[in-house]
Design a protein around this ligand. Structure first.
Ligand code: SF4
Length: 279
């Protein structure tokens, strides 16, 4: 067994949330640059230039890319040969979020659902833990903004809806979302499983690097077709019209019950922030 002190997890979570909120990933920047090459609408081009410039300023000035620094979503891949010592894992992660949002001057967005009273430190984190082989821990920090998350949906289709029904649901969801999720967006799609699994794999799909090919040829073909249909909607950068509504569509598929066809659409905005570290 390899011992890992939970303080190392706290520090890693702290650093990852600050980094994710300030430094947009290279893959996202590349996708925005490529979008600029294909966008035909003059205002769409201007907006894409602004988004690229905004990311540059954020990096150089060490400021958040967006004022909405998100709820703190954490994906944890915990090696089964790791022995955590020194405290409670969940509390260690929450302490990392607390420190990161305070010391990074990041907006705290977590509140009570009805009173809307802010929790004050952006906790609790939303933690998804997977036990994996090995003696390492992979931590992925995903600050998830409200505007894009609000446009996400899960539906339980009937099996008769088939592939075309799934595609129609996804495209319709993006169409109805319009400018709300701050396009150009990334669309995570989860097909199959149960209600909650569809939502989880849709969110996980967002984490695949932009520009990478889906290893599942069936899912890759769905992604290609959906991206084409979505970019024909004409919503464009920030909803001002144009060719580039989505930078990418990522699909994850798993088996489901014979009576169901669950589909989740998790929308992510142009501030597509996530950072990871293996300890
Ligand atoms: S949807 Fe994204 S870009 Fe728009 S305000 Fe929220 S975090 Fe910022």
């Amino acid at each position: 067994m390899r011992e890992v002190h939970v303080e190392e997890i706290t520090k890693t979570v702290r650093d990852l949330f600050i980094d994710a909120n300030i430094n947009l990933g290279e893959d996202v920047l590349r996708a925005l640059e490529q979008a600029l090459e294909v966008e035909e609408s003059p205002i769409g081009k201007e907006i894409l230039k602004e988004l690229i410039e905004n990311a540059r300023v954020a990096r150089e000035e060490e400021m958040p890319i967006c004022q909405d620094t998100g709820l703190a979503v954490v994906f944890l891949e915990l090696g089964q040969e790791v022995h955590l010592v020194g405290g409670d894992l969940t509390e260690a992660i929450n302490e990392g979020v607390r420190q990161g949002y305070k010391e990074g001057y990041l907006r705290k967005s977590a509140c009570h659902p009805f009173t809307r009273k802010n929790t004050g430190d952006n906790t609790p984190a939303i933690i998804h833990t997977e036990i994996v082989p090995g003696d390492r821990i992979k931590i992925i920090a995903v600050p998830k903004g409200g505007g894009a998350e609000n446009m996400s949906r899960v539906v339980m289709l009937t099996p008769a809806a088939g592939l075309e029904g799934v595609k129609e649901f996804v495209v319709q969801r993006v169409k109805e979302s319009g400018a709300n999720p701050c396009p150009p967006i990334v669309v995570g799609v989860g097909i199959g499983g149960t209600l909650e699994q569809a939502a989880l794999i849709a969110k996980k799909a967002l984490l695949r690097p932009l520009g990478s090919k889906n290893p599942d040829p069936e899912a890759a073909a769905i992604e290609e077709d959906l991206l084409e249909r979505i970019n024909k909607l004409g919503i464009g950068p920030q909803g001002y019209g144009g060719r580039v509504t989505a930078l990418a569509v990522h699909v994850n598929m798993v088996p489901c019950h014979i009576a169901s066809l669950p589909v989740a659409v998790n929308i992510q905005c142009h501030a597509h922030r996530h950072k990871e570290k293996v300890i």
